[in-house]
Design a protein. Structure first.
Length: 182
């Protein structure tokens, strides 16, 4: 059994190959039409085998993918295996801006759009992980956060932490007895 079947439209072949290469370089196994479907084999049977035998399916999202007739059975087969997304069997990797409608709308995708050359690899490898992505280091305090009140109000009856009023001592006050010369 392979880890990932990569479903793509021929217009996105370079993205599909880059994703397959990146995943295999990280130790995963993939099924990719361009690499694994050989002359003499039956295309439909190869698709059926890839869609049913891979642990997870990655859909390469682009306008071409969403408009193509032959990608629809591929993503439908992946969707039916995990319709709630609880098992993470159907992953979306967006490689171009596209208008997601219908069943694609609520599904969280790995977004590679407008990333520089090094960021997509990290985004892909983090996105395929199923565990929680809590960082190992405590986040820094957000210093730029805006407060609705400019200063914190003082507790009623307490003196402010810094103040410039001299204390006037009286003979009966504790301050007057301890600090005022007689």
């Amino acid at each position: 059994m392979k880890d990932f079947f990569i479903s793509y439209n021929s217009a996105d072949k370079t993205w599909a190959e880059w994703i397959a290469w990146t995943l295999e370089e990280a130790g995963y196994t993939t099924v990719l039409q361009a690499w694994d479907f050989r002359p003499g084999s039956n295309f439909v049977l190869e698709m059926q085998r890839a869609a049913s035998e891979a642990e997870r399916t990655i859909a390469i999202l682009s306008p071409a993918y969403l408009d193509a007739d032959y990608t629809q059975p591929e993503w439908a087969a992946a969707f039916v295996q995990d319709p709630t997304g609880e098992k993470g069997k159907f992953l979306h990797v967006r490689v171009q801006k596209c208008d997601l409608k219908g069943l694609f709308t609520p599904i969280i995708y790995i977004d590679l759009v407008d990333l520089n050359e090094t960021a997509p690899k990290e985004a892909l490898l983090q996105g395929i992980r199923r565990e929680r992505m809590k960082p190992p280091v405590k986040p820094t305090f957000p210093r730029g956060a805006q407060r609705s009140v400019t200063e914190q109000p003082f507790f009623p009856g307490a003196l402010p932490p810094i103040w410039n009023c001299p204390i006037t001592a009286t003979p009966t006050s504790p301050v007057g007895r301890s600090t005022w010369p007689a």
